[in-house]
Design a protein around this ligand. Structure first.
Ligand SMILES: [Zn+2]
Length: 506
């Protein structure tokens, strides 16, 4: 099953020394020049991509295969680097780029591998283009512009496990040292970073996990052809987030000296065992813990935790503040637009304000999703039940233009929340299932008669069942009934005068 990846960004401090900044840029240029050199090399030796090698399957039958990336890399190194065995390579790298003479081997190999990938994809596109009508522009290779990747031998992390630094942290920076081309040679250069709590925790856990994997590998050490058992294989997989080679990114930002903001992106890997299908889990244990979530506009989420068909906990997240704030911003935008007259085509207006609106939504979506998944974790649920989203229906009542826009964005936010819930839940091995939303906030969850919904209020119409509740809460309860199959749709004769759910939004 799947290896999951997430990225933690660690910003390099604004006041990084100009000389170090130059070193970063120089290293990146050098790295990209090396990639460009090897792209040219492989384009010059394009035949090797079509070349075949004889190989034998396990049962001894011969077959032909293309060269592996490792073989291509060896080929490239043999023809570009001078060694004692080959003092005069075909196309010497050093002559073309003298400053890469001492480049760390891992970085040079990364550049070669990158060039292989680029040329391979370009070459297959080219073949495709030649086989078709050639009307479009042929595929281009372009210039590489890649962030530098630092492998384990090129990085020194600060000792994050050291708790004593907590007090000192206010007066000094943390540094991550990476190998750069600095003052004419390759050396470890400490770069000041703003080390936030999340990155610190992630690195501490990752270091512990690396130690565990290392020990497990030693324990399971095998002769080259000896087979690994499943248990041994499982033991060397990362069960906690484990850091991999970090990359250094430069982003344009006017507020930073030199107009560039630098950040490390640290990818983390984790192995998750595939959860059983929801149906199978339900069949094995019909009373299993489940969290159902009703997503709404004014109330962003109503969550309920169920165990053995009983509601054990609820949680409400209100969206009034987010909606209000967004509405205000949309009003400001509408005002500014009306003052400036006609909008220019192909030019984004009110860039900062729209950015703010986007940011509010994105932030709300992530935070709500995190809370939903935390709620599921707290109640040991292995499945989260959501409604699936129907197409957007504009509100029936009269609204201002920005009010309508706000309504639409609030609806769109539900989709974003669901996207994040799916993603975050999966990282914890929790499944997300979606159920049909038809009638979920119209049926009484207790006596199965149809009720009346007026705004956020639900009232059961069964004369012998005086039941009033919040409509979103009823929706959440009914979602559980849809999960365990006990939901009762209104009877046919009642349904005739109700529009069918499919037609309702057509
Ligand atoms: Zn009722």
């Amino acid at each position: 099953m799947p290896m999951l990846v997430k990225t933690v960004k660690i910003g390099i401090h604004k006041e990084v020394h100009a000389v170090k900044q130059q070193a970063i840029l120089a290293t990146q240029a050098l790295y990209n020049q090396t990639i460009a050199f090897y792209i040219e090399f492989f384009v010059g030796h394009i035949a090797v991509l079509d070349a075949k090698k004889e190989a034998r399957r396990k049962n001894g039958t011969p077959y032909e295969r293309s060269w592996t990336n490792q073989e291509l890399l060896t080929f490239a190194e043999m023809h570009t680097l001078d060694t004692k065995a080959h003092p005069h390579p075909l196309q010497p790298l050093i002559e073309n780029l003298p400053s890469v003479r001492t480049m760390p081997v891992s970085l040079r190999r990364a550049a070669i591998n990158h060039a292989i990938g680029k040329v391979k994809s370009w070459y297959s596109l080219l073949k495709l283009w030649e086989a078709t009508d050639r009307k479009k522009r042929p595929p281009q290779l372009g210039q590489p512009n890649e962030p530098i990747t630092f492998y384990a031998d090129m990085v020194e992390y600060p000792d994050v496990a050291d708790v004593d630094l907590e007090v000192q942290r206010q007066v000094r920076h943390d540094f991550i040292a990476v190998k750069l081309f600095y003052e004419g040679k390759w050396q470890l250069v400490p770069l000041p970073v703003t080390f936030h709590r999340q990155a610190q925790d992630a690195l501490t856990k990752s270091q512990a996990e690396s130690v565990r994997i290392y020990e497990a590998t030693i324990k399971a050490r095998k002769a080259p052809k000896e087979a690994w058992t499943d248990a041994e294989r499982a033991a060397v997989r990362p069960r906690e987030w484990c850091a991999m080679s970090l990359a250094l990114y430069a982003k344009r930002d006017k507020q930073y000296p030199g107009g560039l903001r630098f950040a490390f992106h640290v990818p983390f890997e984790k192995w998750v065992d595939a959860p059983q299908k929801a149906k199978e889990q339900f069949a094995a244990d019909p009373g299993m813990s489940v969290v159902t979530v009703d997503l709404g506009v004014n109330r962003l989420a109503v969550m309920g935790a169920f165990r053995s068909d009983k509601l054990t906990a609820t949680k409400f997240i209100h969206g009034g503040k987010v909606n209000h704030h967004r509405h205000q911003l949309l009003n400001v935008i509408a005002n500014k637009r009306s003052q400036s007259g006609r909008l220019q085509a192909n030019a984004q207006d009110n860039v900062e304000l729209w950015g703010k609106v986007r940011h509010i939504d994105e932030n709300a979506a992530r935070q709500v999703a995190r809370q939903i998944v935390d709620f599921a974790l707290a109640h040991e649920a292995k499945v989260i039940v959501l409604e699936y989203l129907r197409r957007y229906r504009p509100p029936k009542e009269r609204m201002s233009r920005s009010g309508r826009k706000n309504h639409k964005r609030a609806y769109w936010l539900r989709g974003q929340i669901m996207k994040w819930v799916r993603d975050l839940a999966f990282r914890e091995g929790i499944l997300t299932v979606e159920r049909n939303p038809a009638y979920t906030s119209q049926m009484c969850p207790h006596c199965h008669t149809q009720g009346n919904r007026t705004g956020p209020h639900f009232a059961c119409q069964n004369p012998s069942h005086l039941y009033h509740a919040d409509a979103d809460f009823v929706g959440m309860m009914n979602l559980y009934r849809k999960w365990n199959g006990s939901f009762v749709y209104p009877r046919k004769k009642n349904r005739a005068d109700e529009p069918k759910p499919v037609q309702a939004y057509a």
